[in-house]
Write a protein that binds this ligand. Structure first.
Ligand code: GLY
Length: 369
């Protein structure tokens, strides 16, 4: 009889882990009141470790790059088991609006150069020739051809289909409590040989060891579509810095444009703040002026799960409980490497070296030193 694995959380991390575990022969149950929603549903879909790199976060960059390398194969396998998740290899540009924003671009480029990732800083004029429609005021930019993007909602649908195809059972309820060998919901107790806690920011409410380690970090996004006669969205992902704040515009194959994302602490409040949306619209127009003529199709907020050092927590947390949360801005990016790690831990292969930096007990170990 194969082992029973119960995954708490059906965002991209929980679904990817459930799919991999089920295809490896485990009996898998996923507990989530709304599979395929949460932060993964709200995400822009950037798979961009280099574009989003920052000095001091080398371990985040390395983990992101490892996972990025697995993305094409992950997407291919998902297409075989379900359908194409909408991976885009069009690439990314980074754009700086004013002189101070251009300085930040310079800092990013120097940093990437120092750690061996050579990138070329280009002028605003060159940027506009690569991406027609960008604002004439943009000062400078960087081209990052290797960073990818994915259609987050198509991905979530594909993962759910792949899970079902591999026999994963879904329990549409909230987990109230988790223990070494069970997940408790309002309607019953789901026994398990192993519990995988992948409930994003809510993981902190379900395990005492995560109370201080993981916190919600709100983000709002705006989705829009060009109206008839409007310039279409940019052909590549645009990551911009405007007045020192990060913004991204991620085009979808069906013509939609995702503009994101705000980032601030607001507890578990998932409401959309008017000022956050105003900022996104204002900055998006400063980067790609045509968006002011677009149809606004959706405004949504979600809660990223953030850790103290912006690295995820992946590994054994307590007896029978494996955690996979705290992915911060990188949940979609980190899905392949996290799912592989969970599979390795289930098979008792221990924590792979490549995710040693994501040891979920690292905060406690640091305190003990
Ligand atoms: N990955 C970008 C964000 O979290 O907004």
């Amino acid at each position: 009889m194969s082992q029973q694995v119960t995954v708490v959380g059906a965002g991209v991390i929980g679904l990817a882990a459930a799919w991999r575990a089920a295809s490896a022969g485990y009996r898998v149950t996923v507990v989530d009141p709304e599979p395929g929603r949460g932060a993964s549903w709200v995400a822009g879909g950037m798979l961009a470790p280099v574009t989003e790199a920052w000095p001091g976060e080398e371990a985040v960059l390395e983990l992101g790059e490892r996972s990025l390398r697995r993305w094409p194969e992950f997407a291919r396998e998902l297409a075989v088991d379900a359908f194409d998740p909408g991976l885009s290899e069009a690439g990314t540009v980074v754009a700086g609006r004013d002189a101070a924003d251009a300085d930040q671009i310079g800092i990013l480029a120097d940093y990437l150069g120092r750690i061996g990732r050579t990138v070329e800083v280009i002028s605003g004029r060159r940027l506009r020739s690569l991406v027609p429609g960008l604002a004439s005021a943009l000062r400078s930019g960087i081209v990052v051809p290797g960073d990818l993007a994915v259609d987050n909602r198509q991905l979530l649908d594909a993962l759910q289909a792949a899970c079902k195809r591999n026999g994963v059972e879904f329990v549409r309820e909230s987990a109230r409590e988790i223990g070494p060998s069970a997940v408790v919901t309002d309607s019953g107790v789901y026994d398990a040989d192993a519990v995988v806690l992948a409930a994003g920011a809510r993981s902190a409410l379900l395990h005492p060891q995560l109370r201080e380690a993981v916190r919600p970090l709100k983000g709002e996004i705006v989705r829009m579509r060009p109206r008839r006669g409007c310039l279409p969205p940019p052909g590549v992902t645009v990551r911009a810095i405007v007045e020192g704040r990060p913004l991204y515009l991620v085009p979808r194959a069906d013509g939609e444009l995702i503009v994101g994302a705000t980032q601030y602490e607001s507890g578990y409040d998932e409401s959309v703040k008017a000022g956050g949306v105003r900022e996104l619209l204002d900055y998006a127009e400063q980067v790609y002026p045509s968006v002011s003529e677009y149809e606004l199709t959706e405004i949504t907020a979600g809660l990223r799960s953030a850790s103290m050092d912006n690295l995820p927590l992946i590994g054994r947390l307590s007896d029978g409980v494996i955690v996979a949360t705290g992915h911060y801005r990188n949940g979609l990016l980190h899905a392949p490497v996290t799912a592989d790690a969970v599979l390795g831990i289930l098979a008792d292969e221990g924590l792979p070296d490549e995710i040693a930096a994501a040891d979920p007990t690292r905060d406690r170990k640091r305190e003990q030193v």
